[in-house]
Write a protein that binds this ligand. Structure first.
Ligand code: ADP
Ligand code: TRP
Length: 323
């Protein structure tokens, strides 16, 4: 049974980019009954950025709630938080001894900040090794991720192959799974949608705040009457990623025809998001009003996956001569 595994940091409520790029493709894979799914909240990773326990706890709940609200069947899969499985830290040490220093120095997550090294903590530097441990600790076969995580998966594979070459078959070498048409969901300013650029759309926010975000999407300065190119427009791009084909074609025609302003396009996008995610928004809010329930789900998930983790770790310790 192929094992699907993916994680999301507890750095905030997942936004539309996270949802389309990673969460929904992951849930789709998990709905295939031939797959076994492990989804977790990477709260140890988020410590590289957030030093506020209350915030981390709240974000952990909101990531879990988003996953469940968007349809992850946690009863048939496993939902847990990374910090409940301390074995991952032990494996991180072992793997770090098989990870060439230059490979980490070249990782985008670190390199992007190399001009501000005083702001970089060592945790951020070894971030990809912790991620490799997240994956290898559970013998994962397939890892659904957004394109920006591709390099981390390559590092994971590299480290697993190196270890296997020295000690014989130990780790399952995982494969990334990308959702081709949503490789990089644009944010309101046209850059990749990201929490760190503050250009995201949060579909779980209240209507007023969400509308404000949608209305702030950057467009060119064409007047209402002028025909417009849908393929150059972020509003259209976001609409097409969420809507079905027919509605997308309808909107495309309106762009070409003219007498259709960007304000109207934004209203259509806003209406679509509300309609498309109506149930998910309701479920999310219900879950967030009962965080005790989320806590229980996460604890149960951790109890189960810990068995996988201890078995793999025992295998690794044995190979290393610590068994
Ligand atoms: P952020 O950039 O907002 O901090 P994360 O790095 O926490 O997002 O990403 C969580 C998951 O969502 C990853 O698998 C990532 O590849 C995916 N993802 C993030 N932003 C986007 C985006 N704009 N388009 C597609 N996928 C994305
Ligand atoms: N680094 C991932 C991100 O920022 C989160 C993550 C941590 C992850 N461990 C993982 C994703 C293991 C997939 C598998 O999005």
């Amino acid at each position: 049974m192929p094992r699907i595994l993916t994680g999301i940091q507890s750095t905030g409520t997942p936004h539309l980019g996270n949802i389309l790029g990673a969460i929904l493709p992951g849930i789709k894979l998990s709905n295939n009954t031939r797959n076994e799914s492990l989804f977790f909240i990477a709260d140890l990773h988020s410590l590289t950025q957030i030093k506020n326990s209350e915030q981390v706890r709240r974000n952990t709940f909101s990531v879990a709630a988003a996953w469940i609200a968007l349809g992850f069947d946690y009863k048939n899969g496993y939902l847990y938080k990374q910090s409940d499985i301390p074995e991952v830290c032990e494996l991180t040490w072992y793997l770090s001894c098989f990870t060439p220093y230059p490979m980490l120095a070249n990782a985008h997550s670190f390199k992007d900040k190399s001009d501000r090294l005083h702001e970089v903590n060592t945790g951020l530097f070894v971030y990809p090794v912790l991620m490799a441990s997240d994956i290898l600790l559970y013998d994962a076969d397939i890892v659904p991720i957004g394109k920006d995580q591709k390099q981390h998966l390559e590092i994971t594979r590299d480290v697993a192959l190196t270890f296997n070459r020295i000690y014989g078959d130990t780790f399952v070498v995982p494969q990334a799974s990308f959702s081709e048409n949503v490789m990089a969901v644009p944010g309101t300013d046209g850059q990749k949608m990201s929490k760190s650029y503050n250009n995201y759309i949060d579909i779980f926010e209240d209507e007023k705040a969400m509308k404000k975000r949608v209305m702030s999407i950057v467009t060119d300065s064409k007047g209402v009457a002028e025909p417009k190119d849908p393929d150059q427009c972020i509003v259209f791009k976001l609409y097409s990623l969420v809507a079905d084909k027919n509605n997308t074609e309808e909107l495309r025609k309106k762009y070409f025809a003219g007498n259709f302003g960007y304000g109207s396009a934004k209203n259509e996008l806003f209406g679509l998001l509300l309609e498309k995610f109506r149930n998910e928004r309701k479920n999310f809010n219900e879950l967030m009003s009962d965080t005790g329930m989320i806590e229980k789900i996460l604890k149960e998930g951790a109890m189960k996956v810990r068995n996988f983790a201890t078995a793999v770790l025992q295998r690794v310790r044995g190979k290393l001569g610590y068994g």
